[in-house]
Design a protein. Structure first.
Lengths: 454, 181
């Protein structure tokens, strides 16, 4: 009969993970319930305070005096700040809009900490967007031409009803068509004034009072809440930002949205600066299906990308397995894919030199196929590998203290850490070289990582 | 602990990000506890969702000086007991409109993913009488003392210790082969 300690150990090694998609769905339900309760309770609180006050005659008198003083103060504030627009009304108004155009002027940089923060931007771009509830979103991007003016660099079509994203690079004469599952649709809606306003309502914000932009009387709202930047966090250790929305006092629709942001990368001791301004809004413009039909020139080469419907630990292990079977080792780095350089080309190039049975089989299957046929064949084959990239990216988004040791661990190493991420304050999930997974304490992980060859 | 107090403080001030942090911090832990107590991952998912909903809807009842973890554990145990007690009524509700609506709301993909050891433990625990299962889980997984468990079970400390002893004996014999693996 085994001791309590051994059973305790078995309990400790038992682990539960959560799948990201239902995880987000459950949280959305909670968020809605919480927001409803917060609203309800604050209304109740105001009412009960009023009732308590009005029970006592002397309190009634005091309350009356307070009301008179508050009215006087309120009137003077009303005159000076002009505050009167509720941000929630702005959101409600935007939700009624079927389509709009806007221009985004963006400048950003990647600078080592310590460089001149007064002149941090070294890259400028202009994005012209058309967003429709019915068809999706189209964005044309331009870069500042060294010879003067702007030159068009690409187009993107986020076709939500078709669950497709098409990006065209004019510079490289390439395009990519990404097909995504229903449950990904929410994440591809884009980040615009509507999303900014929604988020601002969740955090602490202030009124900036009234001002004039391009001859239009506007009222401003602003937040510097560091948590506001979390959804745009791409793995930075900290975001320091200043987000503003200026609303037309007559139409209750945004005239200008802007943010200035400093993104800190602690690990690399770097920080980036971003300054984005969305302006030239044209609300409720007429749109047609043809506006959202990409025109791809014949001489452009393209790829089709498909991701697994659910990105989980299992799909990640599958991605690593496919790669290792094909090439005899794990990818040295994740993400594998960068910009328009497709992972399919990388895989094919490496498989060409590989002698593994899987590589030989793939090469045999590719014989006699046209480039187009090869690309089509690779769409499903590469799916788990693409999932691997996304899983790793997601770990970064959610600050899961991820690390990957593809240069060290091999498929034969049952005791070497290949991939790890944090699952709780004290525990980490570890995928070992032989692709078995374990949940270990932070101390145990430190031992395992210490044992890795430098 | 201090972090929890800060989270409660922020939650009481209507901060959604605090809710997110609590959710991220405790979801896997509560799921593990619920699976051990119920022996059924689907059932456990519903229970944990209910516990978080309770937190979202009655966040102002938790004192900043209270223990968030123990609050969640108590909600979880009570929720499982209520569902067990109202077993028949609960089953009947599966066929009314509210249950159908709920099934639309619930995510199609499994929320919880368990490893092999978790599977073994939940299978073994399912063979224990409910009270013994509760004591062993709360002692092992939640790290509660016998006094706290006694208060939760509304029983004497002696009774709880007896349940623990019997539960452990049975668990040992059930897991005898498994632990050796």
């Amino acid at each position: 009969m085994k001791s309590a300690d051994e059973i305790k150990r078995l309990f400790n090694s038992a682990a539960v993970q959560t799948n990201a998609a239902p995880d987000d769905a459950v949280f959305e339900t909670l968020k809605t319930a919480y927001a409803r309760t917060v609203e309800h309770k604050s209304a109740q609180r105001e009412l009960s305070m009023w009732r308590s006050v009005m029970k006592s005659p002397s309190a009634k008198l005091a309350a009356a005096a307070v009301v008179v003083i508050a009215c006087l103060i309120g009137l003077s504030l009303w005159r000076t700040t002009g505050s009167g627009i509720a941000l929630a009304d702005v959101l409600a108004r935007m939700e009624q809009v079927k389509a709009y155009r806007s221009t985004t002027s963006a400048q950003w940089s990647e600078k080592v900490t310590g460089e001149d923060p007064n002149n941090p931007y070294n890259f400028k771009a202009r994005l012209t967007g058309l967003k429709s509830k019915e068809y999706g979103r189209k964005v044309t991007s331009e870069e500042l031409d060294p010879n003067g003016g702007w030159s068009k660099t690409g187009e993107s079509y986020y076709l939500l009803p078709k669950r497709t994203l098409i990006s065209i690079s004019l510079k490289q004469k390439k395009y990519r068509r990404t097909e995504f599952d229903d449950r990904w649709a929410d994440g591809w809606g884009g980040d615009g004034p509507l999303e900014w306003t929604k988020r601002m309502l969740e955090y602490k914000y202030e009124s900036l009072g009234r001002s004039t932009i391009d001859g239009i009387e506007v009222e401003g709202f602003r937040t510097t809440d560091p948590n506001y930047g979390i959804p745009i966090n791409r793995g930075e250790s900290k975001i320091q930002g200043d987000w503003k929305i200026w609303v037309d006092v007559k139409t209750r629709l945004p005239v200008r949205c802007d943010y200035t942001c400093v993104l800190f990368y602690q690990m690399e001791n770097k920080k980036k600066y971003e300054h984005i301004v969305v302006h030239d809004f044209q609300w409720d413009v007429p749109v047609a299906a043809a506006d959202f039909e990409p025109v791809i020139p014949d001489d452009y080469t393209g790829i089709v990308i498909r991701f697994p419907a659910h990105i989980t630990e299992e799909t990640t292990i599958q991605g690593l397995k496919v790669w290792a079977e094909l090439l005899g080792k794990y990818p040295e780095n994740i993400p594998i894919e960068a910009d328009f350089a497709d992972v399919g080309d990388t895989v094919l190039r490496l498989a060409e030199k590989s002698e593994t049975p899987a590589a030989m089989r793939l090469k045999e299957e590719m014989k006699g196929l046209t480039d187009e046929q090869i690309k089509n064949k690779l769409v499903d084959f590469l799916m788990p590998i693409r999932g691997l990239d996304l899983f790793y990216m997601r770990l970064q988004w959610y600050k899961k203290d991820r690390a990957y040791y593809g240069k060290i661990a091999t498929p034969k190493d049952a005791d070497k850490v290949l991939l790890r991420w944090k699952v709780s304050d004290k525990e980490y999930r570890v995928i070992f070289g032989d692709l078995h997974g374990e949940t270990v304490s932070a101390e145990k992980l430190a031992e395992l990582e210490k044992a890795l060859p430098k | 602990m201090l972090q929890d107090k800060l989270l409660i403080w922020r939650l009481r001030r209507g901060r959604v990000d605090a809710l997110r942090q609590i959710y991220d911090k405790y979801k896997a832990y509560l799921l593990k506890l619920a699976i051990t107590l119920t022996g059924d991952a689907c059932h456990a998912e519903d229970v944990v969702q209910d516990v978080f909903l309770k937190l979202a809807e009655s966040y102002d009842r938790i004192s900043v000086h209270g223990n968030l973890r123990n609050f969640l554990i108590t909600c979880l145990v009570n929720r499982i007991r209520t569902l067990r007690r109202d077993g028949r009524r609960h089953q009947a509700a599966q066929f009314d409109g509210s249950a159908i609506e709920r099934s639309h709301d619930s995510p199609p993909e499994h929320w919880a993913v368990v490893n092999e050891q978790m599977q073994r433990i939940s299978e073994a625990m399912a063979k224990l009488p409910v009270e013994q299962r509760e004591v062993v889980t709360l002692r092992f997984e939640a790290g509660l003392g016998f006094r706290q468990i006694a208060s939760l079970q509304n029983a004497s400390i002696n009774t709880v210790q007896g349940r623990y002893r019997y539960g452990m004996d049975k668990l040992r014999s059930l897991l005898n082969g498994e632990v050796e693996k």
